[in-house]
Design a protein around this ligand. Sequence first.
Ligand SMILES: Nc1ncnc2c1ncn2[C@@H]1O[C@H](COP(=O)(O)OP(=O)(O)OP(=O)(O)O)[C@@H](O)[C@H]1O
Ligand SMILES: [Mg+2]
Length: 262
Amino acid sequence: MSEAAVKIAIRGLSKSFGANHVLTELDLDIRDGESLVIIGASGTGKSVLLKNIVGILTPDSGSIKIAGEEVVGVTGNSRDRINRKLGMLFQGAALFDSLPLWENAAFGLMSSHRMGRDEARKKAIDFLKQVGLSEADANRYPSDISAGAQKRVGLARAIATEPEILFFDEPTTGIDPVMGDIIDSLIVSCVRNLGATALTITHDMESARRIGDRVAMIYEGKIVWVGDVAEIDDSGNAFIHQFIHGSVEGPMASLIAANASV
Ligand SMILES: Nc1ncnc2c1ncn2[C@@H]1O[C@H](COP(=O)(O)OP(=O)(O)OP(=O)(O)O)[C@@H](O)[C@H]1O
Ligand SMILES: [Mg+2]
C-alpha cells in the first residue's frame, strides 16, 4: 500500500513497565478513512497502545507516524499541533469533575480550538444530544450521572472538534444495548460523514462487527491477526477463533496452562 493511504503507521513499537513487556515490536497500519477495531483479552495492552499513539505514554522504542509525521519523541507545541487532529474517548471517560457536562464536552473546542464560550456551549449541547443527553443535562456535573452517561459525555467531547482521527477505548462497555447501538452508529457516521479515521478498542464482538471495516487482534505484545471484518468468522487463525468463540481450548489457553505449570 502506498504511504499516502496509511493514516497511522506503527513500526517496532515496544513498551514495558519494569519486567512487564506489554508491547513488543508491534507493527500496525491504520488506513486513511477506515474504521479499525482492536480486540484482545484484558490486560494485553490495548489501552497502552492507544496511549502511546496519542502521546500520554512514551514508547521505549519504535516509530509511530501520524499522517506521515513521526510523533515519537515529539513534545510541546509540536505535539499539541498534532493532537489537535485527534479526538479520544478514554476507557474510564476521564471527565473533569469540577466542570459541568457541557464544558466537559466543549473542552477541546474552547482550549485547543479557541472557540468562544457561547458558541462552544451551543455546539457541545448539539453533541450531547447526539449521544442521548438533553439540554437540561448540560449543567449537571459528572458525579450526578451514571458511568454509562459519563462515557457518552466523553464520546461527545471526542467528536465535538470533528477531528481527523478518532480513538475510542471501550465506547460501549457499561452502556445498555440500545444506547450501545446508537453509539456504534455515531462512530460509523463520524467515519462515513466526516471522513475520519477511527481506531476503536472493544470486547464486544457484535459492536466490532458493526463498527469495523477491519479488525486487528493483539496478543503477547503483537498484532497476531488483521483482516477485513467479513473475514473474522473464517480467518483460519487460532487466536481469532478462540477469542470470538470465547473458547477455553486454543493457543491462548494452552499458553496460560504452560505458564501455570512452571
Ligand atoms: N501506567 C502504567 N504503569 C504500569 N503498568 C501499566 C500502566 N498502564 C498499563 N499497565 C499494565 O500494562 C498491561 C496492559 O494494560 P492495558 O490497560 O493496556 O490493558 P488492556 O488490554 O487495555 O485491558 P482491558 O481490556 O482490561 O482494558 C497491564 O498489565 C497493565 O497492568
Ligand atoms: Mg483497556
